[in-house]
Design a protein around this ligand. Structure first.
Ligand SMILES: NC(=O)c1ccc[n+]([C@@H]2O[C@H](COP(=O)([O-])OP(=O)(O)OC[C@H]3O[C@@H](n4cnc5c(N)ncnc54)[C@H](OP(=O)(O)O)[C@@H]3O)[C@@H](O)[C@H]2O)c1
Length: 428
């Protein structure tokens, strides 16, 4: 029999137990595909006594994931504990230093330390794989690093946080405000322990920064991702956007522009009939655009035990087959430092504001837009009988900086009540 590939599994939560289930259920299938058996030598978690619904009796136990990473009977460390630092980073570095390969689902670790870890992996001659870290079960890393390797990548877009997409689509379908749906999502267990990772776009921003590095050959630069969460999106915006033929998505966009690398994870209006516009509930979608291939749309489950473990196992089986690809699809030393460019590509914007319903109010707003060099495509005013009236404006293509100038000018008009809302309309 050929030599088995022996795993050390650090983390026995949702993803870790999913990996065990696949290995226990599909042993023969995996052996046939990998050309050798894939086995588990040892596991690690915090609470040894917890019943995890899987049989762990055949595996050695380590309280310390770093000790697990250093074991002689472990070839590959599967890090599925989570956290950008602490035990996840320590175990990953210990594994690399010991000459072992690492498979991780941990986007936070990679977004903050991916560059440094890729260098360590290169120096040690090992590999670091992270398919599960981006868009769960969707094999997007493989698509970029392998299938599309002959393309110059023009743009990467995606809805990569299922919880945000669930909240936005549920607000729309049930006509409920953000706060109510947020609490529903919390009760259903959809939110991270720290919900801001989801609703402020941080988790999705981590994922986008990893895709950017692969797509554009740049160092991972999460700090330059422009982040804006969904907490300010109101049911009114969702309705008005719908009337205009759009839906609101927390959309990640990365593209190399003449001014540098633009990376943003912000709410956007997308055409309701586009693949991104039609995305419902917790599903993820990644859109990849290459010069030769055109546009590729990948859609699937972005989280959960089965989908995430599926992605982990794809990486493990590649390692068992002897497939070696640098973490970001090229040598770490060849990744360049990109100049960050904030929203460098002009776009139309959706503006919503509440105006005092008095003569000349709209004219003052139009003047501010004109002064900022912004022309109006469409304008609608609602509820004339009230002392105030909501107004929705769709602009022609403009820069975000110009929108910010206009928004600042609105405050001096004396006719705007509360804070105006500005949301980019993305051509997808
Ligand atoms: N869940 C998903 O759908 C999903 C999707 C994509 C990516 N991911 C990523 O996958 C990773 C794991 O997620 P998860 O949902 O499986 O998390 P989880 O259910 O919270 O499980 C985490 C596991 O790590 C163990 N652990 C934490 N700190 C530890 C320490 N200091 N020493 C040893 N073990 C430790 C925990 O032990 P105890 O059980 O004893 O507490 C637990 O078994 C994260 O990086 C996450 O971002 C998850």
């Amino acid at each position: 029999m050929t030599t088995p590939l022996r795993l050390g599994l650090a983390g026995l939560g949702t993803v870790g137990t999913g990996v065990i289930r696949i290995i226990q259920t599909h042993a023969n299938l995996i052996t046939a595909r990998a050309g050798r058996p894939v086995t588990i030598s040892a596991v690690s978690a915090r609470d040894r006594k917890r019943n995890r619904g899987v049989d762990l009796s055949a595996y050695a136990w380590e309280d310390d994931p770093v000790a697990l990473a250093r074991r002689d009977d472990v070839d590959v460390v599967v890090e599925v504990m989570g956290g950008s630092d602490g035990p996840a980073k320590a175990a990953t570095e210990a594994a690399i230093a010991a000459g072992k390969d690492v498979v991780t689902a941990n986007k936070a670790l990679l977004a903050h330390h991916g560059q440094e870890l890729a260098r360590q992996v290169e120096a040690a001659g090992t590999s670091l794989r992270f398919e599960a870290a981006v868009a769960g079960g969707i094999p997007v890393i493989k698509a970029l690093t392998e299938g599309l390797a002959g393309n110059e990548i023009k743009r990467v877009m995606g809805v990569m946080n299922g919880t945000c997409n669930y909240i936005l689509t549920r607000m729309e379908s049930a006509g409920l405000p953000y706060e109510t749906v947020f609490e529903e999502a919390r009760a259903l267990g959809y939110l991270e322990a720290d919900p801001s990772l989801d609703v402020d776009g941080i988790d999705a921003g981590h994922k986008l920064s990893l895709l950017s590095a692969i797509a554009f050959g740049t160092e991972v630069d999460f700090d330059s991702v422009e982040l804006e969460g969904i907490g300010q999106i109101s049911i009114d915006d969702i309705r008005h956007a719908g009337n205009l033929g759009f839906r609101i998505k927390l959309l990640g966009v990365a593209q190399m522009t003449g001014r540098g690398l633009e990376q943003r994870m912000t709410p956007c209006l997308v055409p309701a009939q586009s693949p991104l516009g039609q995305l419902e509930g917790g599903t993820n979608m990644v859109v990849l655009e290459g010069d030769a291939v055109g546009q590729i749309v990948l859609r699937g489950p972005g989280a959960g035990e089965g989908p995430t473990a599926s992605a982990v196992m794809g990486d493990v089986i590649d390692i068992a087959r002897g497939v070696r690809i640098p973490p970001f699809g090229r040598p770490a030393s060849s990744l360049t430092r990109a100049i960050p460019a904030k929203a460098a590509v002009p776009a139309p914007y959706y503006l919503r504001m509440t105006l005092l319903d008095k003569p000349g109010a709209l004219a003052r707003i139009a003047t501010q837009l004109g002064d900022a060099g912004i022309s109006i495509d469409r304008m609608r005013q609602y509820g004339h009988s009230e002392p105030t009236a909501p107004v929705v404006i769709v602009t022609h293509r403009t820069m975000r900086d110009s929108i910010d100038v206009a928004l600042a000018g609105f405050r001096d008009t004396g006719v705007v009540v509360g804070e105006p809302v500005a949301i980019r309309i993305e051509a997808v």
